[in-house]
Design a protein around this ligand. Structure first.
Ligand code: ZN
Ligand code: ZN
Length: 118
């Protein structure tokens, strides 16, 4: 693993929020000023392909990057764009019952207005 990739992994794993590629790049530059934007974007793609991180697509904003952990859902504020994790493991048996086969994965994003935006 390169130094750049280790740094990107550290940034993603130490952030509770779901950062965009440009936020990750900005943070990486603070710690390693010589890092190039292309290097960060290329490593994000490699890490996503390797299953080390997950990429979340949002309808009205740039993709966010997530620590790859057990499957979980997301709560997205349409007002400010805040994105946080919600545990939805209790849904899995229902999904399997509905599908009639083991569920390998899912993406679930719940849209709402956070208390600050309401
Ligand atoms: Zn909000
Ligand atoms: Zn998440």
């Amino acid at each position: 693993m390169t130094r750049q990739r280790a740094l990107i992994a550290k940034i993603i794993h130490s952030s509770p929020c779901h950062m965009t590629a440009s936020e990750i790049y900005a943070q990486a530059r603070r710690e390693l000023p010589s890092v190039a934007r292309g290097t960060v974007y290329r490593n994000l793609k490699l890490m996503e392909d390797a299953g080390e991180i997950a990429r979340l697509e949002l309808p009205d904003g740039p993709d966010r990057y997530d620590r790859a952990t057990a499957p979980h859902g997301h709560l997205y504020c349409v007002g400010c764009g805040a994105l946080r994790d919600i545990p939805v493991a209790a849904l899995e048996p229902r999904l399997e019952a509905a599908v009639g086969a083991p569920v390998l994965g899912y993406q679930l994003t719940v849209y709402y207005r956070c208390p600050a935006c309401r």
